[in-house]
Design a protein around this ligand. Sequence first.
Ligand SMILES: Cc1cc2nc3c(=O)[nH]c(=O)nc-3n(C[C@H](O)[C@H](O)[C@H](O)COP(=O)(O)O)c2cc1C
Length: 322
Amino acid sequence: MQLPVLEIDNLRPRYPIIQGGMAVRVSTAPLAGAVARAGGIGVIGATGMALAELEEEIRQARSLADGGIIGVNIMFAAQQFAELVHTSINAGIDVVFTGAGFSREIFQWGKETGTPIVSIVSSAKAAVLAEKCGAPAVVAEGFEAGGHLGTDRSVKEIVPQIVKAVKIPVIAAGGMVNGQDMADMIKMGASGVQMATRFVLSEECTVSDQFKQAYLQAQQEDVVIIKSPVGLPGRAIRNALVKRIELGQAPKPEECLHCLKKCSHEYCIIKALINSTEGRTDDGVIFSGQNVYKIKDILSVDEIFAKILNEYDQAQSIKKSE
Ligand SMILES: Cc1cc2nc3c(=O)[nH]c(=O)nc-3n(C[C@H](O)[C@H](O)[C@H](O)COP(=O)(O)O)c2cc1C
């Protein structure tokens, strides 16, 4: 099997597969630890966590990782952005992924402590800026991704442009659910892939069973774009709350924790995300990638890796025989 070696500074995962960080306790220590142990990079979604909780999550993930690589994902849009970054660095995190806005300062914090800072970008312009600031790699995230979106362009369109614009490794993200998707991205010049939706449907992911069932039952037409109070569009599965959001009839926040730097207060996105992870899916927003409907099973992280690598291998041998 010919796989590119993904290098992020001196980090070299066995496989160039990153499990995308998912906020508000969708990607927690059991998932991140299992992905790291399987040879990828396991990422804790730090946004929405208290600082002591994040410290504990990092400790737990590290104890499960068997020496594998653990990262955190922190959204710049979060009010506690700086505190979450410092807490992660002080806890000895291997790599920080950051998106939903751009911070120049974070690169200084990374340099001072030798922590790689990887920006999540959706254009060549943003990738060039990240490279100039010192990012050792970028995640190129297309419109197919789950959660908050920074572009209306496909990952297939942006990856070749970003690969051309920078010298650092480019990790493709958005809509990839199998090894064929990974092979397509690597052919376009990506040095690795970031997958999130596929890993929600794992045994180790700690979201409620209702959340996983919504994924398994989703049809292609159920995956829609909603307006998030963050000020960005978001990709989610249409359910009772999403229908209310679409009609402009979502319940107004009852109390505000001021968790975001900017918020329209149309509804409380944090509460909606917590509702879905905890199983109250009718009152929750269930973020997911565009291709969720293609995934039909809940597997262990080890099985997901074996499946993706096998499919990747098959895609390579088909290519060779053509
Ligand atoms: C439930 C969910 C929550 C997410 N939360 C975050 C987040 O907190 N920060 C972030 O940068 N990306 C977030 N994402 C995006 C993923 O990290 C990833 O880049 C993207 O979903 C990849 O596409 P895929 O889900 O089709 O594999 C989220 C995605 C999902 C599905």
